[in-house]
Design a protein around this ligand. Structure first.
Ligand code: DGY
Length: 318
C-alpha cells in the first residue's frame, strides 16, 4: 500500500476512506506541524494531503523526499504551495474545486449582508440591552436592485451572481477573460478593473490569491468606487491593502467591509478592530459538514488516481 502523510485532522468520514486506500499517517491531535516536522514525517511517504494552514514554499518543496510524488491540497486555493517548485521536482499538485462553490458563495452573501446591515453593531447593542427601536436606528444599506461588482468570475463568483440575482442586483464583473454569454447570464464585463470598481455599489471579492491579485484594492484603486461602497472578501486576505482599506472605512468612502479571510491569518491588522463598520468571520467559507466531507473525498480521489490507478488526477494544477 502507498503511504500518505495527512498534515491536519480530517473529518472521520474521510479518515475511514483514506485508511482503506492507503497506509496513512494521520494527525489525530490536529497539531500545526512545523516545516521540519513535515519533512521528517514525509520521509517514507508517496504523497501528502495538505491544508492551506501549511505553507509549502520553495525551500520546503526542494527538501521533500524523492518518494513524494503528489501534494493533494484540501482547498480550491493553492497559494500555500509553490507550484512552480513542485513542477521542477516532478511533484503533482492538486486542489478541490467545485465542491465548495455553494458554501463559499453563501458566505460571500452573508458578508455582504452582515456588513451592509450592520450586523456587528446590532449584535453588540442587542447583547447590552441598551437600544431602543426608532425609525433611524442602525440604518444600513439595502442590496435590492443595486449594482454588484464581482472580482473574479470563476465558479464561486458565478454562484455569488446567481444568489445576487435573487436580490434583483445588476451584476458587473472583472476577470482575466470575458466569459461566454451562457456563463455571463447577462452580467456586464469590465476588462479594466477600475471600470468594475466605478460600477460597484457592492463588491464581492472571489478571485484566487496570487502575486497577480495581491493588493488589487489599494489606495489608488479604492478611489474609483462610488462613495459608501460595501465590500466583501471571501477569497484571500492579500487581495486587499489593509491600511488603504482602513483609511477608506474611516473616511466613509467604504460604508462597510465583510471579511472571511486575512493577510497572515489568523492574524488581523489590529487597526481594523477600532472600527464598527466591519463584519468578521474566521475563514468559514467552506465550513459545512457536507462541503468538508466532499473536499476530503476530492483530495483522496486525487491521491488515489495518481498513486493507485496510475492516472493523471482530475484536479492537477501544474
Ligand atoms: C479554499 O478552499 O481555498 C478555502 O479558502 C478553504 O476554506
Amino acid at each position: 500500500m502507498k503511504k500518505i502523510l495527512v498534515t491536519r485532522k480530517l473529518l472521520k468520514e474521510n479518515d475511514e476512506r483514506i485508511k482503506n486506500l492507503f497506509d496513512v499517517k494521520l494527525n489525530e491531535k490536529d497539531q500545526l506541524y512545523s516545516s521540519e516536522e513535515i519533512l521528517e514525517l514525509s520521509k517514507d511517504c508517496d504523497g501528502i494531503l495538505a491544508f492551506t494552514t501549511t505553507p509549502f514554499n520553495k525551500d520546503m518543496i526542494m527538501n521533500l523526499p524523492d518518494s513524494v510524488k503528489i501534494i493533494s491540497n484540501y482547498a480550491v486555493g493553492y497559494g500555500n504551495i509553490d507550484v512552480e517548485a513542485a513542477q521542477k521536482r516532478g511533484i503533482v499538485v492538486t486542489n478541490t474545486p467545485e465542491v465548495l462553490t455553494d458554501a463559499t458563495a453563501d458566505i460571500s452573501i452573508l458578508l455582504l449582508l452582515g456588513a451592509s446591515r450592520r450586523a456587528y453593531e446590532g449584535r453588540k447593542a442587542a447583547e447590552k440591552e441598551n437600544w431602543l427601536w426608532s425609525s433611524d436606528y442602525l440604518i444600513g444599506k439595502q442590496m435590492t436592485g443595486k449594482k454588484l461588482g464581482i472580482l473574479g468570475m470563476g465558479r464561486i463568483g458565478r454562484a455569488v451572481a446567481k444568489r445576487a440575482r435573487a436580490f434583483d442586483m445588476e451584476i458587473h464583473y472583472h476577470n482575466r477573460n470575458q466569459l461566454s454569454s451562457d456563463l455571463e447570464e447577462g452580467a456586464i464585463y469590465h476588462k479594466d478593473i477600475n471600470d468594475l470598481f466605478r460600477n460597484s455599489e457592492f463588491l464581492s471579492i472571489n478571485c484566487p490569491g496570487s502575486k497577480d491579485t495581491e493588493n488589487l484594492l489599494n489606495e489608488e484603486t479604492i478611489k474609483n468606487f462610488p462613495d459608501r461602497v460595501v465590500i466583501a472578501n471571501a477569497a484571500r486576505g492579500e487581495v486587499i491593502d489593509d491600511d488603504a482599506m482602513i483609511k477608506a472605512m474611516k473616511s466613509g468612502k467604504v460604508f462597510a467591509l465583510g471579511l472571511d479571510v486575512y493577510r497572515g491569518e489568523p492574524k488581523i491588522n489590529k487597526k481594523y478592530l477600532d472600527l464598527d463598520n466591519l463584519f468578521l468571520l474566521p475563514h468559514l467559507g467552506s465550513a459545512t459538514k457536507k462541503t468538508r466531507i466532499a473536499m476530503g473525498d476530492r483530495a483522496i480521489d486525487n491521491l488515489d488516481a495518481l498513486l493507485n490507478q496510475n492516472q493523471v488526477p482530475k484536479d492537477k494544477v501544474n
